[in-house]
Design a protein around this ligand. Structure first.
Ligand SMILES: [Zn+2]
Length: 82
């Protein structure tokens, strides 16, 4: 008599999966001391000494008399810089 229409209700939830771009930020915790090599030159006799930033210029026999200005020990003594 009565024809029941079976309405199939299919709920297809399309979930919005936010695909984040996999940029893995890697925090490198390496603590490597930055060593820079520089050449200091005696202002008077032009004697050059190569030293790294971990070195003390005075240990190479150089005397710093200013910003990037050095005398070697000999010249420092000659000019009376002490
Ligand atoms: Zn010198």
């Amino acid at each position: 008599m009565s024809s029941s229409s079976a309405s199939s209700y299919s709920a297809s939830d399309s979930d919005l999966s936010t695909s984040s771009t996999g940029t893995s930020v890697r925090h490198s915790m390496e603590q490597r001391p930055v060593v820079q090599v520089a050449v200091i030159r005696c202002l008077r006799c032009a004697r050059a000494e190569e030293y790294t930033t971990t070195d003390d210029p005075t240990s190479l026999g150089m005397v710093q008399i200013g910003t990037n200005i050095y005398y070697c020990n000999r010249c420092a003594k000659i000019v009376g810089y002490k």
